[in-house]
Ligand binder design. Structure first.
Ligand SMILES: NC(=O)c1ccc[n+]([C@@H]2O[C@H](COP(=O)([O-])OP(=O)(O)OC[C@H]3O[C@@H](n4cnc5c(N)ncnc54)[C@H](OP(=O)(O)O)[C@@H]3O)[C@@H](O)[C@H]2O)c1
Length: 340
């Protein structure tokens, strides 16, 4: 099948290679074979292609070479495994997966898949799953927010124009929270249009001076932890959750075993410090979740959430799409049209 893959770590234009003879996925009993119509680029794709966290991924079986990158899928069900009950050939679906999406076909466990929002094209639908499920894992699974508990909560979401931030703002607004976001001047209007109640332009103001007494800080940037913690309420169960965990940096610096120990010690120390202030502190990684994608599809169909698309590329120019992601300038998602 047609796919883009890499066999060694390095710059996008040196290591990404398009092939027509990649082996088709082996389908398990609970898997669905999806004809991929579109995928997207997430910052983690570029980081992994560069070798970031490779010791962890390789040893834990989360990666093998050659690797087909891509963590979003929008497409059509081609075939289903014997035990699949929720989908049938011809269904339009979307999913967030750990790699393997920049290919003509992908095999995905049915529990990771949901019906595609009916009002979105495949390209639009591919802009959502991985970023949306990252926000869902942090805000719903870890912090415990729901349509009932989010109402009236004061939440800070930095990088509001990014793939994760742009979705998180819309989900929290759909559930009735008060949202403050942070971005650069060029993104202020976009972030306001997503529903943020307060938008801080970090090129003009320091958000530490403006944001106080918040209930939740969803950290999507590497340099905001200290200020976000300072913006949280004390002794009121406020929650800091980060998706930019320093775990891989520790692993890259100290090696796999020592790095994990350093990461665990750092996390335990931070948890204890924040617990003493009556707060909770967590790091998390995206978890695949078809049930969450089904709820998100309903919110999209109701007009409460829309994908934000920065640009669309083809499989042939995936390297340019990775380079665009590496500029850190993308507003919303970089989508890849996966046509035969
Ligand atoms: N733990 C997990 O499972 C998980 C999953 C997904 C993503 N992540 C991480 O979460 C972060 C956000 O992901 P995303 O997909 O939302 O990113 P993204 O779409 O690439 O974010 C792009 C936006 O971030 C802002 N930005 C400013 N400085 C930046 C910098 N130094 N690096 C990157 N972006 C910068 C820019 O907006 P302004 O010009 O307005 O600043 C830009 O429009 C990334 O670091 C990613 O690796 C973690």
């Amino acid at each position: 099948m047609k796919a883009v893959l890499f066999e060694e770590f390095g710059p996008a234009d040196k290591v990404l290679r398009i092939v027509r003879d990649a082996p088709e996925p082996v389908l398990g009993d609970s898997d669905i074979l999806i004809e991929v119509k579109a995928t997207s680029v997430n910052p983690i794709d570029c980081a992994v292609r560069s070798g970031y966290g490779s010791a962890f991924f390789l040893r834990n079986g989360l990666m093998r070479m050659p690797l087909i990158p891509g963590r979003d899928i929008a497409g059509i069900v081609n075939r289903v495994g014997e035990k699949v009950t929720k989908f049938k050939p011809g269904d339009a679906v979307y999913a967030g997966v750990p790699n393997f999406a920049t290919a003509a076909l992908a095999g995905v466990n049915e529990d990771w898949v949901a019906s595609k929002p009916t009002n979105l094209t495949f390209a639009e639908a591919a802009a959502l799953p991985y970023a949306a499920l990252t926000a869902w894992t942090a805000l719903v699974d870890v912090v415990g927010l729901s349509p009932e508990t989010a109402r009236g909560k004061r939440i800070i979401i930095p990088r509001g124009a990014g793939g994760v931030g742009s979705f998180a703002i819309q989900l929290m607004k759909a559930w009735g929270a008060h949202v403050a976001s942070i971005c650069s001047t060029r993104n202020v209007e976009l972030v306001k249009s997503l529903g943020a109640d307060v938008v801080v332009d970090y090129t003009k103001d320091d958000f530490a001076d403006l944001l106080q007494e918040y209930d939740v800080a969803f950290d999507t940037a590497f340099d905001t932890e200290e200020k976000l913690l300072g913006a949280l309420k004390t002794n009121a169960g406020a929650h800091y959750v980060s998706i930019v965990t320093p775990r891989f940096q520790f692993i890259d610096k100290y090696g796999l075993d020592e790095g994990q120990k350093h990461g665990d010690a750092f996390l335990a120390q931070r948890k204890a410090e924040q617990e003493a202030l009556g707060r909770r502190y967590d790091w998390c990684f995206m978890r695949p979740n078809g049930e969450a994608l089904a709820i998100i599809a309903k919110l999209v169909e109701a007009g409460q959430i829309r994908p934000v698309i920065d640009s669309v590329y083809t499989m042939e120019n995936l390297a340019e799409a990775h380079q665009r992601c590496e500029t850190k300038q993308a507003r919303g998602k970089i989508v890849i049209d996966v046509t035969p």
